[in-house]
Ligand binder design. Structure first.
Ligand code: CDP
Length: 244
């Protein structure tokens, strides 16, 4: 990966953030009328919409599981979401991989045994992108699932960490992601203490990895706080919302 200057002369990141600062993050729940649940997350320059339909009949029917609900997850970038050339709109190799990884996160969190023979369909659209879209999509999808009343063990509160010019920093933007030397998106369930997503691009030493994980855990607490606030804004108390 090519390195580009990502730290200013004052030692700060080009955005003026410290190593542990998140970009501005805002969330709203229930933004679509038709979906059973929906949410929008604006995270730095990322803008992601999530919609949830279900539990509903499984299509195609042969994918029906008599013991548990099927989770489907679609992550896709709008063709106009960045300055980069995306080619044709719709799914591509990258978005299919991200969809698969994010689906597994919710297969572990949704109480799928409670509604067998049904499907819970989660769809996320990246309207504008600037690095960290998969964590923004996960954040929005969590809120949309709660909004749809789908029972879950917990929300997922994700954030990415990475390495730029030899420093471990939180919440990489696109230049930091593309020109830094490593990027590690991590998702936590704070209620259970589990890591429910963990990917990594590039190389980190064992110490850097441990430090990055600690920094991601701390930063994800802020993400969770904002998720609960967004749910409270619609439902009164987050506990009421989380239990449907
Ligand atoms: O978005 P995320 O960091 O989860 O995924 P990535 O594959 O590491 O991509 C980093 C960033 O590159 C994205 O957020 C986009 O801003 C940009 N990108 C793009 O514009 N077009 C693509 N086809 C892939 C990435």
């Amino acid at each position: 990966m090519t390195e580009k200057k990502l730290l200013g002369d004052d030692g700060k990141r080009l955005s003026g953030r410290s190593d542990v600062d998140l970009r501005p993050l805002s969330m709203s729940v229930g933004i679509l009328k038709q979906a059973n649940g929906s949410a929008m997350v604006e995270w730095g320059k990322n803008k992601v919409i999530a919609a949830v339909y279900g539990p509903r009949e499984v299509f195609p029917k042969h994918q029906t599981n008599p013991h548990k609900a099927r989770i489907s997850f679609r992550y896709v970038m709008a063709p106009f979401c960045s300055m980069e050339e995306h080619g044709r709109a719709g799914p591509n190799r990258r978005s299919i991989e991200i969809s698969k990884v994010l689906k597994h996160v919710f297969e572990n969190l949704v109480l799928v045994n409670q509604f067998p023979k049904t499907s819970v369909d989660i769809s996320t659209e990246v309207i504008q992108s600037d690095g960290g879209t998969r964590v923004a999509a996960l954040t929005a999808a969590s809120l949309a699932l709660v909004d749809a009343g789908i029972p879950m063990r917990d929300l997922v509160s994700p954030v990415s960490v990475g390495k730029i010019e030899g420093r471990i920093v939180v919440d990489l933007d696109k230049d930091e992601d593309n020109f830094g030397s490593s990027d590690m998106p991590v998702g936590f369930s704070h209620r259970t203490g589990e890591i429910v997503l963990w990917q990594m691009d590039g190389m980190l030493t064992r110490d850097e990895l441990a430090k990055g994980l600690d920094m991601a855990f701390e930063a994800s607490k802020k993400v969770r706080e904002l998720q609960l606030e967004a749910l409270k804004a619609k439902y009164g108390t987050a506990e009421q919302a989380e239990t449907g």
